[in-house]
Design a protein around this ligand. Sequence first.
Ligand SMILES: CC(C)(COP(=O)(O)OP(=O)(O)OC[C@H]1O[C@@H](n2cnc3c(N)ncnc32)[C@H](O)[C@@H]1OP(=O)(O)O)[C@@H](O)C(=O)NCCC(=O)NCCS
Length: 175
Amino acid sequence: MAKKKFVKESATIMTEMVLPNDTNTLNNLMGGRLMHWLDVVAAIAAQKHSNRIVVTASADSISFKQPISLGNVVTLHAKVTRAFNSSMEVFIEVTAEDIPASKKTITHRAFFTFVAVDQNGKPIEIPEAIPETEEEKELYDGALRRRQLRLVLAKRMKPEDAVELKSIFNMDITK
Ligand SMILES: CC(C)(COP(=O)(O)OP(=O)(O)OC[C@H]1O[C@@H](n2cnc3c(N)ncnc32)[C@H](O)[C@@H]1OP(=O)(O)O)[C@@H](O)C(=O)NCCC(=O)NCCS
């Protein structure tokens, strides 16, 4: 298996149209349906990077700032930002498009974490992810801090060990 892969090799695009069965009683996309699409597109990106079976380990907080209407075309762009040992962070950007009105809006940005596992569900090592563009490098740099934050919140890391996370606040977050 490759030891390193470029971030762009994991790039995945998914396009959906919001149909009546996807909506709430206000004719807007249900949050749960969007989360399902996020999970699927991110899992495909994680599989492309790792060439493994992957499981969702976490989804960072997702806020729903504006509704997506019935009939809109929703496009989800996903890519791995950084790989660690068995886990990888995936960034997803969502746009909603009203094609007849020629109106396109970025509605959501989200980070999911996937873990590559073997046939027994045991975490397994994955290739390093190499960023190339400025945006990929920025996402790569921030990934370590975001990983530390989610591991602290999941009680899988002691706050005092989250060195990079603490450095952005320039303060001791254990106090
Ligand atoms: C995710 C899972 C494989 C981790 O297994 P584990 O035995 O706890 O393994 P480890 O402690 O060795 O952790 C493995 C990796 O997962 C990461 N991880 C575990 N929990 C995490 C969380 N909540 N957020 C982010 N990363 C997490 C660890 O940081 C580690 O990453 P690394 O190998 O890159 O350093 C296991 O908890 C699992 O199978 N969960 C269920 C997954 C699932 O069913 N998802 C669908 C939900 S409906």
